[in-house]
Design a protein around this ligand. Structure first.
Ligand SMILES: [Cu+2]
Length: 178
């Protein structure tokens, strides 16, 4: 009798396990923070440049590696005037007065509560040219992300230390030989 039931029971157990796994995996897959709304909104047309760009996510995002940039119609000029700040699920950055009318893009990257990065772009349009002027890229606010060029000095310093150690060892070995 036990053997007659064991197969269906085993199948049921396997199905239950698969279902449980699916239930466990589904929330994990959906755990990335999702952009709920923004200001300016995606596709919005504004006549005046907003004082800040604001993104609202569905949950609290981590306050690290946060990037919020607003790119001008030329695709390269930056219009954010300071680093992004994160309060719970709200990420915002102050903006300079916008300049030429045209297509602007909010470019963002945040760190989900589960530690995974979420990034995207939000296009909006400035319909009336504002008083702002583009600043050279160097003067734009430095990003907090890790996408920037890797600094060379640690390599140079590391190389110098290695060289120095090598010379010291070589000298000592030379003395030992003499
Ligand atoms: Cu994730």
């Amino acid at each position: 009798m036990t053997s007659r039931w064991s197969f269906p029971v085993r199948v049921a157990a396997a199905l239950a396990a698969a279902g449980a796994a699916a239930l466990l995996c589904a929330p994990a897959a959906a755990a990335h923070s999702v952009l709920v709304s923004s200001s300016p909104a995606a596709g919005a047309s504004v006549a005046t440049g907003p004082a800040e760009a604001v993104l609202e996510f569905n949950e609290q995002v981590e306050n690290r590696f946060t990037e919020l940039a607003v790119l001008g119609p030329d695709g390269t000029s930056h219009w954010e005037s300071g680093p992004a700040s994160v309060v719970d699920g709200k990420v915002s950055a102050p903006l300079r007065p916008l300049g030429p009318a045209g297509a602007y893009t909010i470019r963002y990257r945040v760190t989900s509560a589960d530690g995974h990065p979420v990034s995207g772009t939000i296009p909006f349009r400035l319909t009336v040219a504002g008083p702002g002027a583009a600043v050279p890229a160097v003067a734009a606010v430095a990003h907090q992300d890790g996408d920037g060029p890797v600094p060379l000095w640690p390599w140079i310093a590391g190389g110098a230390v290695l060289l120095g150690t090598g010379f010291a060892v070589a000298r000592r070995l030379g003395r030992a030989d003499a």
